[in-house]
Write a protein of this length. Structure first.
Length: 418
């Protein structure tokens, strides 16, 4: 885990965190981050510190009125970087509470306590729930609207393929399939519908899946494109989809499935109980999933829609693991402390305590769409890509508990006199 230490006299804390196995990339004065976020610190030092925060997993910040500001919270929100507050007294704790920073540590906390706090959130949930084998079928679902399901599915597949893994990216959306259009892939080929037909006939195997899929450059991702016309949705029946995804388990190391938002069971509103169901593909994929990545749009409307649909999702999948991702996080739609507001709202109204955040990076997303490439290929240092990478490492493929220590380089940043 990469850590930025923004603490006055933070050399001792940095050395202690290094001994605990953390990589301290930057040491700065407590107020330096506020000065950078407020454009009061300019030049190479400002640019270097900004880059460090964007790449960091967490910032250990000494909280004072001049060090923790709305601009600092907004900067860390955009970078999806956690803030671990260190407070000297009750007034500093109140400042931290205003910005939604919970469980602050004392300013004189030992490096071991700081290391334990860094490991406890959110990795504690991962260590207890995901100690088993990594999931093979990952379904990306989201509430109605445009929370970014397809974008998250594409970036998850790209990230999972790192290290030589073989990943299948499946477009099972029967309402608005978009993966082929996003990636500039011709959708006139056989795609997932052909896989479903072959699975029903008993002719689907690894060789056939390789033939009908389309490789996504050299990423290690093979794409099974979706329907090229919405009227073809009857081809994705529940039994066909279930069989095809089960065969994908032996073909790929991971299978990422993009599905539509609707969970409505058509038999409740029509009399033909034996007819095809447009939402059958979504329901079948969710029931086959090892993990469901539930995507919520990080704005008031998106969170409201997600909370209403989350109960239906739970009723559909039962005890299957759900990981909630708030996508397109930015302070503009929710004001200061967007992440804290989302977290508290989901916990209060949905009982959802664990949520991961992906920042909005419209420039990188637009550039990738223009080039018909993944964001990871087009802008590998995008905050969104780094957020997906942390999510995959924390939740889907957690790293071993013991990581070999590597060479660490630290720099100190202070405000220079005018």
């Amino acid at each position: 885990m990469n850590v930025v230490v923004a603490v006055d006299g933070g050399e001792a804390l940095s050395a202690g965190l290094t001994r605990e196995g953390y990589e301290v990339t930057t040491i700065a004065e407590a107020r330096a981050l506020a000065e950078v976020a407020g454009d009061a610190l300019l030049g190479d030092e400002s640019e270097s510190l900004l880059r460090a925060v964007l790449a960091a997993d967490a910032v250990v910040l000494e909280v004072r009125r001049d060090s923790l500001t709305a601009e600092v919270v907004a900067l860390c929100d955009r970078a999806a970087t956690r803030i671990l507050p260190l407070c000297a007294d009750d007034s500093d704790e109140r400042v931290a509470a205003v910005f939604g920073l919970e469980q602050p540590l004392a300013a004189n906390a030992t490096p071991r306590l700081v290391a334990e706090a860094l490991a406890a959130q959110p990795r504690s949930v991962v260590e207890t729930a995901d100690a088993r084998e990594a999931p093979r079928v990952i379904v990306v679902w989201g509430a109605p609207g445009a929370p970014g399901r397809s974008t998250v599915a594409i970036e998850l597949a790209t990230e999972l393929a790192r290290g030589g893994k073989h990943v299948a990216l499946v477009d099972a959306d029967t309402h608005a399939p978009s993966i082929a259009l996003t990636l500039g892939i011709a959708d006139e080929g056989p795609g997932f519908a052909a896989a479903c037909r072959q699975a029903e006939l008993g002719g689907l195997d690894e060789k056939e899946l390789t033939r009908i899929s389309i490789p996504l450059g050299r990423t290690g991702v093979d794409v099974l494109t979706g329907l090229n016309r919405p009227s073809r949705w009857p081809e994705l029946s529940e039994k066909r989809v279930a069989k095809a995804l089960e065969l994908c388990r032996s073909w790929a190391d991971f299978t990422v499935v993009d599905v539509s938002s609707s969970l409505e069971r058509d038999e409740e509103i029509v009399s033909d109980l034996e007819g095809p169901r447009r939402n059958a593909a979504t329901l079948a994929a969710l029931r086959c999933a090892d993990v469901v990545v539930a995507v919520a749009g990080a704005d008031p409307i998106g969170i409201s829609r997600f909370l209403r649909a989350h109960a239906d999702l739970r009723a559909t999948i039962g005890g299957t693991t759900v990981r909630v991702v708030a996508n397109k996080v930015r302070p503009g739609a929710l004001g200061i402390d967007a992440r804290g507001q989302i977290r508290r709202t989901l916990e209060r109204f949905g009982g959802i305590r664990d949520v991961w955040f992906l920042p909005l990076d419209a420039r990188a997303a637009d550039a990738a769409l223009l080039a018909s490439r993944t964001i990871a290929e087009q802008s590998p240092k995008s905050p969104l890509v780094l957020g997906v990478r942390r999510f995959v490492g924390d939740v889907l493929v957690p790293p071993p508990a013991t990581v070999a220590a590597s060479r660490r380089v630290t720099r100190r940043y202070t405000k220079t006199a005018a």
